[in-house]
Design a protein around this ligand. Structure first.
Ligand code: C2E
Ligand code: CA
Ligand code: CA
Ligand code: CA
Length: 281
């Protein structure tokens, strides 16, 4: 048993060392990534399911690393939270994507209700100056507050801290849309749907994955949709990958959604080209 134990250590130690080393190196690099313009923004259209009209876009950040290539957010957002860089990162994303929105509105005569959806980390809601920051950005760019929707994961809001509630209420008062993201993944209690100052719920894509394979999943999704509606909120589905899924959700009366079936997240240039030519997907 002893020999076995030692050989396990021998096998895993170099890997652990390597990844620990890589992590601390990446942490150092991430600190500099924002100032050296290595973060880039992709935009994924959100469509009205009844018409395929583009209602807006969700902004999704990527890290264009000079050596490692394009790094997806799932690998560096948790690291950014851990090393305290997430605040700068989220604000960088917010101001740059709002600037992009202002440009699009000017260049392509977008509908007044075209929405930019921005993901915010849970820690951002604890920042007392968040609301002022958002207000002054919108004002400087001459953007109506309703053109911004902030997406926050449910685990971030169910704790209901005082500052978090103040931030949500003030943003909502300002006219900014608030959406619970990844609904159906955390330890969610359904009562908070009626108590939190939110207006939209984005249902996690894991609920759609089994839509066409698991017995009863369509009924399950239908029930969730009804629950969200009964709470007076609007439901948005993410991760729509097939025409069948889009059809099924439309038949259930779901108003809007996004996913690879309609469009992958697009680099800014491609998103611009799309919005320049059409409002429909
Ligand atoms: P999320 O907010 O739940 O974003 C949806 C993710 O699903 C995105 O991954 C998107 O590219 C992907 N997706 C969209 N449609 C489909 C589909 O049809 N099929 C599949 N399989 N996937 C689809 P992405 O871009 O890798 O982002 C991952 C997560 O990183 C986001 O999850 C969000 O939590 C976080 N994130 C992204 N940008 C930011 C940001 O600016 N700030 C913060 N705090 N977090 C961000
Ligand atoms: Ca999101
Ligand atoms: Ca989500
Ligand atoms: Ca997510």
């Amino acid at each position: 048993a002893k020999r076995e134990g030692r050989s396990i250590i021998k096998i895993f130690e170099p890997v652990m060392l390597y990844s620990r080393q890589l992590r601390s190196q990446m942490a150092a690099e991430l600190r500099g990534a924002i100032s050296s313009d290595e973060l880039i923004l992709h935009y994924q259209p959100v469509v009205e399911l009844a018409t395929n009209r583009i209602l807006g876009v969700e902004v999704l950040v990527r890290w264009q690393h000079p050596l490692r290539g394009l790094i997806p957010p799932d690998t560096f957002i948790p690291l950014a939270e851990e090393i305290g860089v997430i605040h700068d990162l989220d604000r960088w994303v917010m101001s740059n994507s709002l600037r992009q929105l202002a440009e699009w509105r000017k260049d392509f005569a977008l509908d007044d209700d075209f929405q930019l959806r921005v993901n915010l980390s849970a820690v951002e809601l604890k920042q007392l100056d968040l609301v002022d920051h958002v207000r002054s950005l919108l004002r400087a760019l001459h953007l109506p507050a309703h053109s911004l929707v902030i997406e926050i994961t449910e685990t971030a809001i169910v704790t209901r801290g005082e500052v978090e509630m103040y931030s949500l209420l003030s943003l909502q008062q300002l006219g900014v849309g608030i959406e619970i993201d990844d609904f159906g993944t955390g330890y969610s209690s359904i009562s908070y749907l009626r108590e939190l100052p939110v207006s939209m719920v984005k249902v996690d894509r894991s609920l759609l994955v089994e839509l066409n394979t698991r017995t009863g999943q369509l009924e399950f999704v239908a029930a969730i949709l009804q629950l969200i509606r009964a709470a007076g909120l609007e439901a948005v589905f993410e991760g729509i990958e097939t025409r069948e899924q889009a059809d099924q959700l439309r038949a259930l009366g779901c108003a809007s959604g996004q996913g690879y079936y309609f469009s992958r997240p697009l680099p800014a240039d491609d998103a611009s080209a799309l919005l320049a030519t059409t409002r429909y997907l």
